[in-house]
Ligand binder design. Structure first.
Ligand SMILES: CC(C)(COP(=O)(O)OP(=O)(O)OC[C@H]1O[C@@H](n2cnc3c(N)ncnc32)[C@H](O)[C@@H]1OP(=O)(O)O)[C@@H](O)C(=O)NCCC(=O)NCCS
Length: 172
């Protein structure tokens, strides 16, 4: 049965829906293409490879377990994905296919993740953001916060810890 959590939403011609297990290989391909195109000016090849590999080694296991994986679909083709840890509001992934960046898909995925976090009563969304994506998150209400300045792993990958308070209007 569809619930508010799983029901697909439409933003223009983009459908935002919960991921199915069989979506995971294409999501991994989107991550690889998104990083290659979107992060090329801020991260070198070994850093980009380290990021892509970290998702490759975890995403299958995590896809339908404790994290919520959401995908964006356009004309029956996956064009983006986002992953939320519903336990603490961590945005674990947000990637848009290189051919679809800059057309509102990332904003639509972020809006869906935010709506899901609010429905769960979470107080904030937060994450370790890619350097190239900091202006995007700032435009969507995120601000810098305390947190890691690099990803864990053999390759040094600098990131910016950012957060967005949710439901502030309820406490005013
Ligand atoms: C960062 C990322 C997820 C953003 O997704 P995106 O789909 O490119 O972002 P959007 O299109 O929603 O927004 C970016 C800009 O595109 C433009 N844009 C948005 N909708 C548009 C539309 N319909 N037509 C034309 N331009 C548009 C705007 O300038 C927008 O800026 P705004 O936020 O001030 O509106 C994506 O670029 C990406 O995958 N980058 C590489 C991987 C990465 O860094 N991921 C983040 C890890 S933390």
């Amino acid at each position: 049965m569809e619930t508010a959590r799983t029901r697909p939403s439409h933003r223009g011609s983009t459908v935002i829906r919960s991921a199915r297990f069989e979506d995971v290989p294409e999501v991994l391909r989107i991550i690889a293409r998104a990083v290659e195109e979107g992060c090329a000016h801020h991260y070198d090849r070994s850093q980009r490879r380290a990021v892509v590999q970290s998702y490759g080694s975890h995403l299958f296991v995590e896809a339908l377990e404790r994290f919520e994986l959401v995908v964006a679909e356009k004309d029956d083709r996956l064009v983006g994905a986002a992953q939320l840890d519903p336990a603490d509001g961590r945005l674990r992934a947000l990637f848009v296919d290189d051919t679809h960046q800059g057309r509102g898909v990332g904003g639509a995925l972020l809006a869906e993740v935010e709506a899901r976090a609010i429905r769960r009563g979470l107080g904030r969304l937060h994450g370790a953001m890619a350097l190239n994506a900091v202006p995007f998150y700032a435009r969507h209400g995120f601000r810098r916060c305390a947190g890691p300045s690099q990803l864990t792993g053999r390759v040094l990958v600098p990131v910016v810890a950012m957060e967005k308070p949710l439901g502030a209007h309820l406490t005013r």
